[in-house]
Ligand binder design. Structure first.
Ligand SMILES: [Zn+2]
Length: 155
């Protein structure tokens, strides 16, 4: 399952990436372009724009779009998870939160000079984004985020 996230619900992109879903952030204002991308790449549209879900391509079932109803990012996320019956523990820690690229595994030695010494001493698993070269590890920040994800599941 892949997504395209409209800029009116932009925070959802990050949460979906945390779960390991490919979530493209659409920052334009041309709805037709977003729809074209969604169709071409098989992405589900997440939006607060009622006009989009009224389009024939959506009402006919050719394109899946979810009309997000809440202002609150957590409730928005819950709506998405609920309506698509998604797994919050899908593939956590596999997608770059900044650029939506699949992360690549790195050995401890490879990241030695790239992470703070206390991280190097305590963490053994590392991932790197091939696009922005950000290094990821399962630190406390990560654990806090996965705890919040579990709450989305329970609602
Ligand atoms: Zn990146």
């Amino acid at each position: 399952m892949k997504f395209i996230v409209d800029n009116n619900v932009g925070k959802l992109a990050k949460w979906l990436r945390i779960m390991g879903y490919d979530a493209l952030f659409f920052n334009g204002s041309d709805d037709s372009r977003m729809i074209a991308t969604a169709l071409a790449e098989g992405r589900v549209i997440l939006t607060r724009d009622t006009q989009i879900v009224k389009r024939r391509v959506v009402t006919s079932g050719r394109l899946k779009a979810i009309l997000i109803t809440s202002d609150e990012p957590e409730l928005q996320m819950h709506q998405v998870v609920d309506s698509l019956n998604m797994d919050c523990q899908f593939r956590p820690f596999t997608i770059c939160l900044e650029c939506n690229q699949p992360l690549e595994e790195r050995s401890k030695q490879q990241v030695k000079d790239l992470v703070p010494p206390y991280v190097f001493q305590t963490q053994s698993q590392y991932m790197e984004c091939p696009a922005c070269h950000r290094i990821y590890w399962r630190g406390t920040h990560w654990q806090a985020m996965t705890e919040r994800l579990k709450k989305f599941m329970k609602g």
